[in-house]
Design a protein around this ligand. Structure first.
Ligand code: SF4
Ligand code: SF4
Length: 399
């Protein structure tokens, strides 16, 4: 296992972190506790020292499971990360209430890496007004948290604004070779790193979409490589190739994936991919964009939409629907992320579009945005949509 240093505190973190959002599960969706605990401990025994969970994961059951998995001496071997459910915060007191409940659920007296969860610009403004920076200062001072960070799903300019708004130790961003311009993107990552923040990366495989059901046209490009690697290894190596990146989180719930990721993490030095290999990844990225239903890069120039549609996020899920073989999962993620379950409960889905046409001229990719949004509605807001939104809301409001 390779380790990288967090600039602000000198912690040596394993470059592979164990993400606990999608743990090994039973057929009914509940956590397969015996298997999940074994997997977490197996990874720790082989050098993983960063474990990441959050309040809503597995309907509130991930944190208690992690608490049990880290019993028997494992807690001392890891840096534990969890997240304040920012969308549930209505007052300054709520912040302490959730943190104290999380310490109880995780059976620990401190959180090593505590994040304000799933920020977008508006949500940041809300928690900032409610006193989030005072809360983080006090929780650090009284030892309940050791490092303060945030996870981010918004637009690039809001990312820099949030980086500048507090003396953060680290941040958690979505990053992979298809998301260089999406959300925080490469520019945001470099900006945060230049300010001394440790960079934790989520979704290195874009929710598995870069490894599941890889189209033949993509496989044949990977086959051109001199050094043969799986699509997962290419995607992970590409992220780790960036020296700014500290830890890459992988939601590992299959023994073979854990073994594979551990093996890759033994050799994934920064700046270790050759120029020819980087060009090959570019070629794959280009081909994926051709195969996608809509060539949205996530640049956000079309935003904000006066009707509240989150255009790039609608397109991200629409593309994922075609790139992966998990339509039910993708439809659920669309309902959860755009249906108002998080981010202040404000719906942002495609059916809010009133076809005003204002966004069309803004798009450098010349996408006929309102027309494509109609297809998004047809495919992602069909039968069962209301039920999925209700289920997601229940999941994210789990107490
Ligand atoms: S056409 Fe639709 S998506 Fe575009 S700005 Fe108007 S309402 Fe928003
Ligand atoms: S302007 Fe075009 S490419 Fe950029 S986010 Fe909007 S739809 Fe996507």
């Amino acid at each position: 296992m390779l380790y990288r240093k967090v600039p602000k505190n000198g912690d040596e973190l394993s470059i592979l972190g164990f993400g606990c959002m999608r743990l090994a599960s039973n057929p009914d969706g509940s956590i397969d506790e015996e298997r999940a605990v074994k997997q977490i401990r197996f990874a720790i025994d082989r050098g993983v020292n960063y474990v990441d969970t959050a309040w809503p994961y597995h309907m509130g059951e991930s944190e208690p499971l992690v608490g049990r998995a880290l019993a028997g001496g494992y807690r001392e071997k890891v840096k534990l990360a969890t997240k304040l459910p920012s969308w549930l915060i209505g007052s300054r007191e709520d912040m302490d209430k959730y943190l104290d409940a999380q310490l109880e659920k995780l059976k620990t007296d401190h959180i090593d890496y505590y994040l304000v969860h799933a920020l977008v610009g508006d949500l940041w403004d809300t928690v900032a007004k409610l006193g989030i920076t005072d809360f983080l200062d006090k929780a650090k001072a009284d030892g309940r948290i050791r490092n303060a960070g945030f996870s981010f799903h918004g637009a690039g300019e809001d990312f820099n604004r949030i980086v500048d708004a507090y003396d953060w130790d680290f941040c958690l961003i979505q990053y992979n070779y298809l998301d260089e311009k999406n959300q925080a993107g490469t520019a945001g990552m470099e900006y945060a790193a230049s300010k001394g923040l440790g960079i934790i990366v989520m979704e290195p495989l874009r929710g598995g979409n870069l490894t599941r059901n890889v189209p033949p046209a993509i496989r044949s490009i990977w086959d051109e490589a001199k050094t043969k690697r799986s699509p997962a290894e290419w995607a992970l190596r590409w992220v780790w190739n960036h020296p700014e990146v500290t830890v890459v989180l992988s939601g590992m719930n299959d023994e073979s994936h854990i073994q594979e990721n551990l093996k890759i993490a033994d050799q994934a030095y920064s700046n270790s991919l050759t120029e020819a290999e980087l060009q090959l990844v570019k070629k794959v990225e280009k081909k994926y964009r051709e195969l996608m239903k809509v060539g949205c890069t996530g640049c956000q120039y079309c935003m904000p939409c006066p009707s509240g549609v989150n255009i790039p996020l609608c397109f991200e899920h629409y593309n994922n629907l075609y790139l992966a073989d998990n339509p039910d999962g993708e439809k659920f993620m669309y309902a959860a992320r755009l249906g108002g379950a998080v981010a202040l409960g404000t719906p942002e889905f495609a059916s809010l579009c009133v076809q005003c046409g204002q966004c069309i001229e803004q798009c450098p990719q010349h996408i006929d945005i309102p027309t494509v949004l109609e297809s998004v509605v047809a495919e992602l807001e069909g039968p069962g949509f209301e039920e999925r939104v209700a289920m997601a809301k229940q999941m994210f409001k789990q107490t």
